[in-house]
Design a protein around this ligand. Structure first.
Ligand SMILES: [Zn+2]
Ligand SMILES: [Zn+2]
Ligand SMILES: [Zn+2]
Length: 294
C-alpha cells in the first residue's frame, strides 16, 4: 500500500482520500483544558476533529463535518462539498453542518447522507431543519450494509454500537477500484462491535471486510487516562487493548491507523513510549493531511 504522495502518476479514475482531522470531538487543544497536554502547543500541533475528504472526478465528499471545516477544506482546494456523510450526532462530527447555510457557504442541494435516526434528529432540530427547508441539503437516508454507488467508489455504512442517546452510529467502508478503507472513529467496545458483525476477533473482521486500510478509534491510550470521567460514560476501546488483541502486524493485515485521539492521549507525541510501541508493532498513528488512493 503506497500513500499517494509516494507515487508519481495517478490515473484520473481513482478517487483520492485525505485525512482532514485526527482529534476526538473536542480537538487539540481542547477548550478549557489547562493541563500540560493543551498549554503552550504551537499551531503545528493543533489537531482538528476527525473527518475524511474524498475527491472524485465530479464530486467532493466529506465524512463528518466539524467546526474547523474552513481550515480542513484548505486541504481540498476549499471547494464546497457535493456530498456530506454523517456517522452520528456527537458534537465534533456534526457541528460544521451550520457552515453550509446562508451565513457562510450559502450552499444549495448538497447531498446529506445519514441514517433514518440521524435524519429524524436533523428534522427535529430547528437550526438544522431550516436548512432542509431552504434546500441547502438534500436528505438521502443510508442503511446498514447497503452500498451506495458514487462515480469512482462505493460507500457502505456499517452500524456499530456507540452511545446512542441522540442517534445511532455508522462506520463507513469506502471501496474503490484498487483499495478499500474502513472509517471507524467511534465505537464503545470491541466485544460489542465484533459480536454485531459476527467476527471472533479484529483480524477476522478486517478480513471479512476486505479492507486495505483501517482508520480506527484510538481515543484513549489506556483507561487510566479517564481519571475525572468515568469510563462507562465515555467508552472507547483504549489503544493498549487494541494492541493486545491485534499483536504485531502480520502478512496480509491491513494498514491500521489510530485516530480520533483525545487531547490527553500520549501518542500525539511522536517520541513517547506509547507512539513508539504502536510503530514497533507495525501500526500507525494518523496524521492530518495523510493521503490515500481508492
Ligand atoms: Zn467522536
Ligand atoms: Zn488537554
Ligand atoms: Zn461519538
Amino acid at each position: 500500500m503506497k500513500h499517494i504522495d509516494e507515487i508519481d502518476y495517478c490515473p484520473t479514475n481513482m478517487a483520492e482520500v485525505v485525512l482532514l482531522g485526527i482529534a476526538q470531538d473536542g480537538g487539540r487543544p481542547q477548550a478549557g483544558c489547562s493541563k500540560p497536554c493543551c498549554i503552550g502547543l504551537s499551531p503545528s500541533d493543533y489537531s482538528y476533529p476527525t473527518s475524511l475528504g474524498i475527491t472524485e472526478k465530479d464530486r467532493l465528499h466529506i465524512i463528518d463535518v466539524t467546526r474547523h471545516l474552513s481550515s480542513q477544506l484548505q486541504l481540498l482546494e476549499n471547494r464546497i462539498p457535493s456530498d456530506v456523510w454523517l456517522t452520528h450526532a456527537h458534537f465534533g462530527h456534526v457541528d460544521g453542518l451550520g457552515l453550509f447555510g446562508r451565513e457562510t457557504m450559502n450552499a444549495n442541494g448538497v447531498n446529506l447522507h445519514a441514517s433514518s435516526k440521524m435524519m429524524r434528529l436533523i428534522e427535529q432540530t430547528p437550526q438544522w431543519s431550516i436548512m432542509l427547508e431552504q434546500g441547502v441539503f438534500t436528505p438521502i437516508e443510508i442503511t446498514d450494509k447497503q452500498p451506495v454507488t458514487n462515480t469512482e467508489f462505493t460507500m457502505t455504512p456499517l452500524l456499530v454500537p456507540h452511545r446512542d442517546e441522540l442517534s445511532d452510529m455508522h462506520a463507513f467502508v469506502l471501496r474503490g477500484e484498487n483499495h478499500s478503507i474502513l472509517y471507524l472513529p467511534d465505537h464503545d467496545t470491541w466485544d460489542e462491535t465484533l459480536a454485531m458483525h459476527d467476527a471472533d476477533n479484529i483480524r477476522q473482521w478486517f478480513k471479512n471486510l476486505a479492507i486495505d486500510i483501517a482508520l480506527i478509534d484510538g481515543t484513549f491510550w489506556s483507561s487510566d487516562e479517564l481519571q475525572s470521567r468515568s469510563q462507562d460514560k465515555v467508552p472507547h476501546p483504549p489503544i493498549k487493548q487494541t494492541l493486545e488483541m491485534l499483536g504485531y502486524k502480520q502478512k496480509g493485515d491491513p494498514e491500521v491507523i489510530f485516530f480520533h485521539l483525545n487531547h490527553t492521549n500520549p501518542v500525539y507525541d511522536e517520541w513517547s513510549e506509547e507512539h513508539t510501541q504502536v510503530v514497533e508493532m507495525g501500526w500507525k498513528i494518523g496524521k492530518q493531511g495523510m493521503k490515500f488512493e481508492l
